[in-house]
Design a protein. Structure first.
Length: 456
């Protein structure tokens, strides 16, 4: 976001602060009081006229006309109008709990607006993994030399500001660790994730994360200097993933663009072996549009050839997000090619074939499935994929120097910024247009250096 936006925002805030505290003149005070009278009278004559006697309704209407005239006549006696209003107000019948209906109605309206706003405009989203790191962070586990669970700042302030929860727990030794039931109520479970366990029938431990994060903590501990120290306690903290707002309306105003950090549904998207992606929503950077051809070379750089063009161009010229990844600095590692053993597996192709295998003249093997034509190179124990063409127009080609992907109609190619640790289009092809929900708008918590606009 440009600096001019913040300058304008600052001016607006200062103007509001000054205006709210400027001493009001007698004329302004008089006008505001009359406007308040008018709001009350409008509410009574519109909402409750069928409940009041006609005589009272007429008094309210007459008083409303008098207030309306006083707003135009600076000489009108406001104190006399206020006295008449007090007199009429005392005549209004009040039932017990009369205001509860309006309050409940207001609450329902507010909730409905909030849900509509969430569904159509801005939706909260929590980053589950580190596939976009360091641009956006998922849940992480860190070890430290000493316990900080008793320290005020780390135990009470850091969870609020940085989403850190500290632990000082027994090392969960493999084969000796028992996970205990979580006896907390449903709401507390949702708000505060905890894993309860004990080691070798010892004391109960309370780890601030899921079992997968406890396993990650143990893996870190087993490879660290602490493993050989004789310690039976792990000290450290779990840092929550970034929580951000997703702009769900943006793709109603414009088409998806290269470089967008986009959230999409994984519905009807599977790995080549038919397995689901393991999550309802994913967040990745949009790298390719329909008709694009992308190339990842052995130098971990990403290239683009637009539809109808002959030359590839480096993607760092397209968007700063690609430039960051390709810089291979500050935690970025470039784009990683797909290893032969992680492509469309030969065994999966054999299971899905609908025609006999074809041994081609160049020594390769052609496998035809319901939705693809696959070419494998027989080298060693298991043939590996070197070329694929799918019925929806998506194509893959793997050479000695690069991996090349051509995107079909109404398809989008998604890549994680942390290419080493990202389950993205390299492993399950493309995302249909209908699955794209919106773009990452702003990180609202925790208050780390990533707080603010999502793709700074």
């Amino acid at each position: 976001m440009s600096d001019s936006f913040f300058d304008i925002l600052l001016v607006v805030v200062i103007f509001w602060a000054v205006w709210a505290h400027v001493p009001l003149t007698a004329a302004v005070k008089r006008h505001r009081k009359l406007k308040e009278f008018m709001r009350f009278l409008k509410h009574e004559t519109r909402m409750n006229d069928d409940l009041y006697p006609e005589v009272l309704n007429q008094e309210l209407r007459d008083l409303r006309q008098e207030v309306h005239a006083a707003l135009k006549d600076k000489a009108a006696d406001v104190e006399r109008i206020e006295e008449k209003l007090d007199t009429v107000h005392k005549k209004i019948p009040r039932k017990k709990y009369a205001d509860w209906g309006a309050r409940i109605e207001g609450f329902v309206v507010v909730v409905a607006i909030a849900f509509a706003f969430r569904a159509v405009i801005l939706q909260p989203f929590k980053i589950p993994t580190n596939s976009m790191r360091p641009t956006l962070h998922g849940i992480n586990v860190y070890l430290e030399d000493e316990s900080k669970v008793e320290k005020f700042r780390e135990n009470y302030l850091y969870p609020i500001y940085f989403g850190r929860s500290y632990f000082n727990d027994d090392v969960p030794v493999i084969g000796m660790t028992e996970q205990l039931p979580d006896g907390r109520n449903f709401l507390i479970k949702k708000l505060f994730t905890r894993t309860f366990y004990r080691v070798n029938n010892g004391e109960k431990n309370n780890f601030p994360g899921q079992m997968i994060h406890l396993s990650e903590a143990y893996e870190l501990w087993s490879k660290s200097k602490y493993a050989g120290s004789g310690d039976v306690k792990m000290n450290g903290y779990v840092e929550t993933g970034d929580n951000l707002f997703v702009n769900r309306y943006v793709y109603n105003l414009r088409e998806p663009q290269r470089g967008d950090i986009a959230v999409f549904e994984t519905k009807n998207i599977t790995k080549y072996n038919g397995e689901s992606l393991g999550g309802q929503f994913y967040i990745k950077r949009l790298a390719g549009l329909p008709g694009d051809t992308l190339k990842i070379d052995s130098n971990r750089d990403l290239y683009l050839r637009k539809q109808g063009e002959d030359q590839f161009i480096k993607m760092d010229e397209i968007h700063p997000g690609f430039a960051n990844v390709m810089s291979k600095e500050d935690g970025f590692n470039g784009y990683i090619r797909v290893p032969p053993n992680e492509r469309y597996a030969y065994s999966t192709a054999i299971e899905n074939k609908i025609a006999p295998l074809e041994n081609l003249e160049d020594g390769t093997i052609k496998v035809t499935t319901k939705d693809a034509t696959l070419i494998y190179k027989a080298d060693g124990f298991m043939p590996y994929l070197i070329k694929a063409e799918f019925s929806d127009g998506y194509k893959m080609e793997f050479t000695d120097d690069a991996d090349i992907f051509t995107i079909g109609e109404d398809q989008y190619y998604m890549l994680g910024d942390n290419s080493n640790n990202s389950l993205d289009s390299r492993f399950w092809a493309t995302v249909p247009r209908a699955n794209l929900m919106g773009t990452a708008f702003a990180v609202f918590w925790p208050f780390s250096k990533r707080w603010g606009w999502a793709d700074k």
